[in-house]
Design a binder for this molecule. Sequence first.
Ligand SMILES: O=C(O)CCC(=O)N[C@@H](CCC(=O)O)C(=O)O
Ligand SMILES: [Zn+2]
Length: 333
Amino acid sequence: MLSDWLDLTLDGNAGAIRTGRLTTGSFDCHGPGILELTPETPASGAHACVISAGIHGNETAPIELVGELLARLEAGQLRLGAPLLVLLGNIPAIRHSKRFITTNLNRLFRRDLSLEGDEPERARELMASVDDFYQRHAELPRLHYDMHTAIRDSRYPRFAVEPYADSPTAPLQWQWLAAAEMQAVLHQHQHSWTFSHYSKHYHGAQAFTLELGRVAPFGHNDMAALRPLRHLLEALLEGREPQRGDPTRMAFFRVEQELMRHAEDFRLCFADNVANFTEFSPGSCLARDAVAGDCVVGEQPLAVVFPNAEVELGARAALLVRASETPSGEPRR
Ligand SMILES: O=C(O)CCC(=O)N[C@@H](CCC(=O)O)C(=O)O
Ligand SMILES: [Zn+2]
C-alpha cells in the first residue's frame, strides 16, 4: 500500500512494493525512495511535480509532510490529477538521524560530478530519476520543491531559497508561496549545485529549496504551521490552480557573499543561538579562519543565513545576505 512506502523504504524493505493502483491513478517505485505517481487523467492545468524530502537525514518535517500527502491520496481524500515524483534523499542518513553520512548530498547535484562514494552515487540516482521524469512528461510545465528544515532558529521560520539560473522565476510562484505562508525568499547570486538548482539549471523548472522551520526528531515537528504549504502541494497533485497570496507579505533578500570555511581552525564570532537573518553592523567580525583571515562586515550591514562552523573544509559556512526590493534580488535603494 502507498501509505506503507515511507516505512518500508526507511526499514530497508523498499523492494516490497513496486507498483500499485489508486482510485485515480497508479504508482511505480523506480528504486529506494523514488516513487512516481501517474494520474489516470491529467488535469488541464497539471504540472510535472517533483517534491523531495530528506536530502538531509535529520530534517524530518518534510518527510512527515510527504507521509500526510500519501495517506490522504490513498484514503481517497485527494484525487491525483498531475504526475508526481516523490523523492527521499539520503536514506542511510535519515535512518541515522544525521545531516549526512560522508558528505553533504545537497552540494553534489551537477552533471560533471566526479566524486565516488555513497552520497555521490545517490546524487546520480536522483538526478537520473528527475531527468527521466521530466522527459516522460515533456509536454508539461516543470516544478520542483526540495523541502528542508534549518539547523538554527530563524527570524522567518519558513522561507524559500531561489536558486540562481538563467531561467527566470514565474511571478505566479511568489503568489503561490505567499499563500503557502512562506515568510521570506532568498535569491541566490551564483550557481550552488543544490537539488533545486539542478532542476532549475538543467531543466528550466520552477524550483526552490523550501526551509520549513527548525530541525527536530520525527513526531516533534509543528505540522500545523505547514498546513498552508500542504494545501499548495495538494492543489498541485490534484492538478488544480493553487491559491494565490500577496507576495508583498514576504521579505525578499539576496545573497551578497558566501562565507567559506578554509581552515581546520575556523570559528564563527557569534553564538549558536543567533537566528538566521540576524543583521550585523559594519565592522562586525563574523568569522575567524586561520587560512582566509577574519571575515568582517564592510560598509553596509549584512545578515547571516545558515551559519555553520562544522561544515567540511572548502564548503559554505554561511550565506551573507541583504534585503532586496523585489523577488529577483535587486538591491534596496
Ligand atoms: O540550517 C542550515 O544551516 C542548513 C539548512 C539546509 O539544509 N539548507 C539547504 C539550503 C540549500 C540552498 O542553498 O538552496 C542546504 O544548506 O543545503
Ligand atoms: Zn537541509
